[in-house]
Design a protein. Structure first.
Length: 113
């Protein structure tokens, strides 16, 4: 198998790329929604998408930058932050997207009354 094909298939670069692009499109759509309708739900969705993109990029890049020497240098508090940050970003990102969808739908429902 060629090295380029191995990077795309076995290392998951293709899925990672599509995931980042999809989250970016969600963020752009949410920003457009927030600007066109002046909805706080669109802003929450955009913030949630940004948190999800940040967590995904952290997962992709941490295997290259977080080494044993870095973990020794940051100490126990830094160690806890390094390992607690991705789940927190994923949780808050998903909550932001869901809360934004709910808020925008509720805002549209009240606007129609």
């Amino acid at each position: 198998m060629s090295p380029l094909l191995e990077i795309f298939i076995e290392k998951g670069l293709l899925l990672d790329t599509f995931g980042i692009l999809g989250l970016g499109l969600v963020g752009l759509a949410a920003l457009k929604l927030a600007r066109s309708h002046r909805s706080w739900g669109g802003t929450m969705m955009a913030l949630g998408a940004i948190a999800l993109i940040s967590a995904r990029l952290y997962f992709l890049l941490s295997r290259h930058f977080v080494t044993d020497s870095v973990l020794d240098a940051v100490g126990p508090l830094g160690y806890a932050v390094i390992y607690a940050l991705p789940p927190l970003l994923l949780s808050f990102g998903l909550a932001g997207v869901v809360w934004g969808l709910w808020g925008h739908e509720r805002w549209l429902h009240e606007e129609r009354r």
